[in-house]
Design a protein around this ligand. Structure first.
Ligand code: NDP
Length: 236
């Protein structure tokens, strides 16, 4: 893609977000990451921000705009799980996951859209999950938050599509990060048996799809859900 864009990745201090930030840097962009702790990859600009707090997101954007220029590409990646069977899931288990994964993306996209509308250019990528459409026992909260991102991206596409802004969803399957390291060896083996590719993916395999979606070759793709799941969710 055109090099030298200003990119923001939320949750860029580890896992998939870190890898996405690395890939944008490798391709020659100015990259900022938000992190509650730790740092983004070498060459990135790290700002402290919590996606559950609109004021903290606003302050992060203001700092990034001053340092790197208006944000042209935003990747809403920050996310949490709080798995529990429905009958035992508390109100807080549900709302905290929605507040981070779905409302957090809303706050970030809303703030990013200001500059994108002015520039009449923007690339929005939301990191969902295969379970957003496939469903997952024990993840009513997480799955609902991840399918909500699809409605968000598609509505943004309808609202802002004529202003040079695209909004897409990437739906990873099982990726080797802290999130999946929590699974027991038996669970990991069971999941691998159900994935047509027979393996988990590396964060880089997600990152390269995200950078492609943000690039010039994907300019006419908007409101799409791109699976990166080794075939796990196909048909959904
Ligand atoms: P990790 O658990 O490794 O990292 C999560 C990231 O989100 C961290 O950077 C974390 O920051 C950040 N984060 C969490 N809560 C907040 C918050 N309130 N404000 C700001 N940042 C926050 O996750 P992954 O890298 O595995 O996942 C990244 C995204 O990909 C998530 O949205 C996840 O749902 C999605 N995904 C992951 C899959 C997988 O198999 N790993 C599969 C499908 C989707 P901190 O370090 O400060 O906590």
């Amino acid at each position: 893609m055109t090099t030298g864009r200003t990119v923001l990745v939320t949750g860029g201090n580890r896992g998939i977000g870190f890898s996405i930030a690395e890939e944008f840097i490798r391709q020659g962009h100015r990259v900022a990451v938000t992190a509650r702790s730790g740092e983004g990859p070498a060459g990135s600009w790290t700002v402290r921000a919590d996606v559950t707090d609109a004021a903290s997101i606003d302050a992060a954007f203001t700092e990034i705009e001053a340092a790197l220029g208006p944000v042209e590409v935003v990747v809403a990646n920050a996310g949490i799980t709080r798995d529990m069977l429905l009958m035992r899931m508390s109100e807080d288990d549900f709302t905290s996951v929605i507040d981070t994964n779905l409302s957090g993306a809303f706050r970030v996209v809303k703030r990013a859209s200001k500059g994108m509308l002015k520039a009449r250019f923007g690339r929005i990528v939301l990191i969902s999950s295969v379970v957003g459409l496939y469903g997952s026992a024990g993840q009513v909260n997480y799955s609902a938050s991840k399918s909500g991102l699809i409605g968000l991206a598609r509505s943004v596409t309808r609202e802002l599509g004529a202003r040079g802004i695209t909004a897409n969803v990437v739906a990873p399957g099982f990726i080797e990060t802290d999130m999946t390291a929590k699974l027991s060896e038996t669970q990991q083996a069971d999941y691998k048996r159900s994935i047509p590719a027979g393996r988990f993916a590396t964060p880089g395999e997600v990152a390269r799809v995200v950078t492609w979606l943000a690039g010039d070759d994907a300019a006419y793709i908007s409101g799409a859900v791109i699976p990166v799941d080794g075939g796990l969710g196909m048909g959904h």
